[in-house]
Structure formats: C-alpha cells, structure tokens
Design a binder for this molecule. Sequence first.
Ligand code: NM2
Length: 521
Amino acid sequence: MAKPQLDHKVFWPAFIVIFGLSLALLLNREAGAKIVDAALAWSTYKLDWLFQMGTFLVFVFLIWIAFGRYGNVKLGGPDDKPEFSTLSWIAMLFCAGIGSSLIYWAVAEPLYYLQGPPFGIAKGSSEAYQWALTYGMFHWGFSAWALYAIPSLPIAYAYYVRKDPQLRASTACRPILGNMVDGWMGKVIDILVMFGIVGGFGTSLGLGVPLLAKAASTLLGIPQSMGLNFAILAIWTIIFGFSVYTGLYKGIKRLSDINVYLALALLVVILAVGPTFFILSVFTDSVGVLFNNFFRMSFYTDPIVKSGFPQAWTVFYWAWWIALAPYMGLFVARISKGRTLKQLIIAEVLWGTLGDWAFFGVFGGYTLHLEFDKILPAGQILSEDGGPAAIIAVINSLPMSQVILVLFLLLEFVFLATCLDSSAYVCASMATKQLNEDEQPARWNRIVWALALAAIGIAVLSLGGMNAIQTSSVVAAVPLVFVLLILTLSFMKMLKEDHGIQCSPKEITIQPSKNTNISAK
Ligand code: NM2
C-alpha cells in the first residue's frame, strides 16, 4: 500500500504561518504585545453580539435537532453498530475536549468573579458570592458544549451517511460549497481549522504549563521560573515524540482512561474531606441562579456601562470553545459511528456539561468555602501571585495535601497530554492527502504539529499575561465562525435532501374543488 502523502497545499501554509507568527512574536515582544491587545479588543468588543447571539442560536438549533423530526437519524447505515460502549464513548469525547484548564478555572473563575462581578454588583458582596460559581458553570455549560457539538454533526454525517472518504471539515461543507471544497477554498477551511487547534491549545498551554510548573516547584522545593515552564513544555514534547516512535500512543490512550478514574477519585476525596453539605448547597443554588438568568447571561454585552465583563469572559470563552470546535467535531465524528443525532447531542451537551459542573461544584464550592470562612485568602493570592499560586494554595489547604498534589500533578499532566496528542494527530491527518481508515499520518508529520503546539505555547508564555493567553483563541476563532455557519447550512441541506418530506411541486398544488365556491367575483 502506498504511504500516505503529505498535502503540501495544506501543510506548508499552516506550517509557515504558525512558526512564523510564533517567531515574530518572540523576537518583537513589545510590538507583539501591542498587536495582541489590539486584536483582542477588536474581536471581543466589535463582535460581542455575534458570539453571544450565535452561541445561543446554536444551542436552540441543537435542541430542535435532537427532539425534532431528525433526532433519530442515524450516523451510519442500518446495520452500523456503535464501536464503543456508551460509557467509554462519553468518557473519550469528554477527555478529548476538556484539558487541564478545567481545574484551573474551577478554582480561579469564582475568585475572579468575586473580585470583579458582573452587572455592577459590589465586589466581595453576598450577591457576588451568589454569582461566583454560576458564571463559571455558564461558561462551561450547555451553550458552550453546543458549540463543541455543532461541527460533529455535519462532519459525522458526511463521513458515515454520505460516505465521503475524507474525514475533514472542508469536505463536510460540500453540500453548500460544491466542488470548491476540492480547490483552494477547501484548503483554506482546513488550514483555518488547524489554526483553531493550535490557537485554542495555545490558550490551554499558556494556562496549564505555569500551573504544572508551580505544582512541580512546590513538590520539589525548587523556585518557579520561566526556565521551569520551558522545561515542562520540553518534557511534554519529548514524551510526545517518544510516544510516536515507540507506539506509546496506545499507552497514552489507556492513561486517559486512568485519568477519568483519577479525576473522579480527586472529586470524591475533596467532596468527602471538604465541607460536603456546603459544596452541595452552593452548587444547587448556583444552578438556580443560572437557570433564572440564562437568557440575560446569553445576551449580556453591556454596551452602556461598558464594564468589559462579557467581553473579557463570555466572549473569550465562546471563542475558545469555537477555536477547538472543529477539532472536537473531527474527533467525535471518528468515534460516533452508529449513534443517532439525538444521542450525540445529549452526550455532548448534557453529559459534557454535567462533567464540567462536577468539577466546578467541588473545586469551586471548596474554594468559595475557603474564601468565605476566611480559612485561606485565595482571592488575595490570586491577585498578588497569580492563578497557579492560588490553585496550589487551595490544594495545599486540604488534608494529605502532598498526596493530593501528586495526584493533581499527574492528572493535569495527562489531561493536557491526551489533548495535545489527539490535536497533533488531527492536524497531521489534515496535512495528509488521503488517509484510509487503517492508516496513520507519517510520524515526523505528527511531531511537527506537536512542535507547532509547543511553539505557540512558548510564544504565549513569553509574551505573558492573560491577554496573550486569550488572544491565541480569540484570533483563531473569528474566521471559524463562518466555517461553523457553512457546516451548519451544509448539515441542514443534507438532512433535507435525505430525510425531508419528499413531494413534488405538483403534489402540493391545491386544486379547488368544484363544490367550493371560492371564485372571486
Ligand atoms: N475549553 C473547553 O485546556 C482545555 O481544557 C481545553 C478548554 C474550550 C474551555 C479546552
């Protein structure tokens, strides 16, 4: 069998832009920081309405698809059976889309919202406490997961039902773009998807690497520095390279199963040793505040007071989910043969949300308890020493903190590693011309994308600050909004063609009956 060939028209433009941009940002840090600030401000302040409205509409659309007449449409032929058990299917898609950032934000978000609440609420007030967990749960909730779910539908449908031999975002746009997807338009779409992956995980690395470095420095008693950050990134890249060469890839897959158990164990331990009933109560209350205010939060742009809250948080979040959405679509499509549209939507939108909420409830609830009962000034640590220091301080406040810290370090490391592994794999597949089901993209190709992810990680880390971290996702997400739109339209077209009510115009012509006297005089 011929070796899978590199698709030069996708590989080189993506490679040159990503490495060129990383290098340019590294060499001109000051100018880079200014460009980053301007790009972030423009995208979030000018396009806030688009991100907010679009996300809400996607959510409503998915409810309609799941519970409407297309819900039982199957991804595959009548005899196609699901490849994985429902439990491992859900676990796999959760792990692919959620990385180390979940724990980071489950602790940090409530603290940030206490200090800078939405809707003009006073800092640190009891009202601010009521919103602290709610907003994080919103940003990791139903509408967010709807953004992840939307591209999986057309991509999986095109692959399993229309039998398009290529698992690509571009080919799923065929019903709308026609043969243009085989030309430059298709290449542009796939390159934009790759930018999304690299940009979205750039944000994850920008957050995850310093957090791991902080955990390692606390455990080993060594000072935290930029050097340690880079060392962690280098270890990751080496592990990845090694895994590609030794076939450890399968091992990492197995590790991701262990990750789920590790995560559950950590949640149970914290729920048990922490203030159990307070955590459960705060969580329940926050669910109530969220349901009560879902519409307000979904359309909040604050154009008059201009607090900047929805732009800095909600719009950034939607952008981050969008940046990674096509990647999720490709991955989820790959594992969802034989499922119905309804099952797929419920797995992502419902189970994904509940998974995220478990972390927010436990980690966020525990953090609020520390802050509210003045056990640990976590908020102060956050503003003085940054997110990683606050998170490690929260973990250190638990009984058996050394053991939990080791568990945490392991969990975060593998969480991110599995994400990076699959994302480098997806990028490499897209830069390969034709990949049959049992073929792998070339090893070196996969390593190049792992390096590309590391390069963006280094650029984001050395520019420093939350702005660089956020911009990485936001800039990559803006063009992807249009890709998602084309994918959704293509999906509707395919559904209508294959499952719509088939009737010719002649059949629906109303023939006035002879007995009815409707003649106009
Ligand atoms: N999302 C789910 O680092 C990560 O956890 C990647 C982040 C988009 C907010 C995913």
